[in-house]
Design a protein around this ligand. Structure first.
Ligand code: NIG
Ligand code: FE
Length: 429
């Protein structure tokens, strides 16, 4: 007599990294995945209890003793995708700015004139808690339907105490209610609000002394982020806020070296950040420093794509330098309005020359490392959380190759089928 299980998935092609839960995949290892052609997975109490060749799994876990059997013949199973950089919570939308940028006005110039991020700040300050909650839920549903089972989500469209707390409470409530797991990040220093115009140091002091301690007190965020960029927050201001955040127990991950090579990568290494993100302008020194301290580089190729840039993060150089790479969407209303990690994989392959295997590791195991969650998610291994996607694809290479269509067929989160035939089935935790 075999053991009773909750779900048995049969006959699928299983593609996952293996044994990479201790440190992120780097160098040649980043390119390797394990493929099992006729694979099966047994799930019980939200966890993967067995994975391997179907023949072997069936001996121990006969289908008649499973509450549910999913036939995945001709399909591909991967770990649930993890999006380690998003701005899901915001009011309004910015399709007018999209048109403006096409006509040639640069992103940072729009921001300087009070548009861009600041336009979203106005809309988010005005939005009620229930409105923000429902709008963000719709975004999460679309992400989940596209195969994303865990996401980091930032505040940062409030830039004042009340709105920053409101955003973080939306994230907290969604983490409790929505099937996806959310990793909350405080990004109070995302831009300089009009009331602090030409007083950036005062704004950083306000964030460090008044807002961060409240966020810590109310336990509303795990991470702290800052937009470290020329004309926004410089290295000194970033060091000040991030050091204070570390003192208060936050992990740090931040927007670094995106438009100008300011040395954000070196700062990330100096402070022992979990991740530094964007990095289009990372220097060789920055790469060495990040490799040495094992700071994950979370790259966001859909952002330069949206901003019509020729230049992308130098991913191949970073991989050669020993930097661990993760991929994320950067989903936000301005510089990157996509929910889709498969599209991010496509852009990572076509624009940064990642292999499909590297792109898959970038949105699974290394993305888990970017969030410090690799002991629980990011690969299909015994004991890990049963977060899985069954793709309507013959193999994993098909995912970045056949872009622009949602190929996620079934999504399983913590051992429950939450998406079936591409449609949300369970909208609650
Ligand atoms: O990562 N760079 C700053 N933050 C976001 C953009 C947010 C926005 O445009 O609303 C980013 O690209
Ligand atoms: Fe961002």
């Amino acid at each position: 007599m075999g053991e009773t299980v909750d779900i048995l998935i049969l006959a699928g092609r299983i593609v996952t990294s293996k044994g990479a839960s201790h440190s992120p995949l780097k160098g040649d290892n980043f390119c390797s995945v394990t493929e099992t052609e006729n694979g099966a997975v047994a799930i019980k109490n939200g966890r993967i209890i067995a994975v391997g060749e179907e023949e072997d799994i069936l001996k121990e876990y006969p289908p008649e003793q499973s509450r549910q059997v999913i036939e995945a013949g001709g399909k591909t199973l991967t770990p649930g995708f993890i999006d380690p950089h998003t701005h899901v919570v915001f009011g309004g939308s910015r399709e007018d700015e999209f048109a403006l940028r096409i006509s040639g006005v640069p992103y940072l110039e729009i921001l300087k004139k009070g548009g861009g991020i600041l336009e979203t700040v106005r809309a988010t300050r005005e939005a009620s808690f229930p409105d923000l909650l429902e709008k963000s839920r719709i975004h999460l549903n679309r992400m989940l339907a596209g195969g994303t089972t865990t996401a980091e989500v930032k505040s940062g469209y409030g830039l004042d105490l009340d709105t920053e707390l409101k955003m973080l409470k939306v994230i907290q409530q969604l983490d409790r209610e929505h099937p996806m797991d959310l990793d909350p990040t405080f990004l109070g220093a995302h831009a300089i609000p009009p009331e602090y115009k030409d007083r950036t140091d005062d704004f950083i002091d306000f964030m460090a002394e008044k807002v961060l301690p409240r966020v810590a007190e109310e336990n509303l965020a795990k991470n702290c982020d800052i937009f470290c960029e020329e004309g926004i927050f410089n290295i000194e201001q970033s060091r000040k806020l991030l050091t204070k955040a570390q003192d208060l127990g936050f992990e740090i991950r931040f927007h670094a070296d995106e438009m100008v090579s300011l040395g954000g990568a070196q700062l990330a290494a100096e402070l022992g950040a979990r991740s530094a993100d964007h990095l289009l302008k990372i220097s060789e020194e920055g790469m060495e420093a990040m490799a040495r301290r094992e700071v994950v580089a979370t790259l966001l190729p859909a952002t330069p794509f949206t901003l019509m840039k020729e230049e992308y993060a130098p991913a191949r150089k970073m991989i050669s330098a020993g930097v661990a790479i993760a991929l994320a969407s950067d989903f936000n209303p301005g510089s990157c309005p996509t929910h889709s990690l498969p599209l991010v994989m496509t852009l990572a392959c076509l624009k940064m020359k990642l292999t499909p295997e590297e792109a898959l590791n970038g949105v699974t195991i290394n993305a888990a490392h970017s969030l410090g969650r690799a002991g629980e998610i990011g690969s299909i291994e015994e004991g890990k959380m049963a977060d899985l996607v069954i793709w309507d694809a013959p193999n994993h290479r098909f995912l970045p190759y056949h872009y622009g269509t949602n190929l996620a067929d079934t999504v399983i989160k913590r051992g429950r089928v939450v998406v079936e035939k591409g449609k949300i089935k369970e909208g609650k935790k």
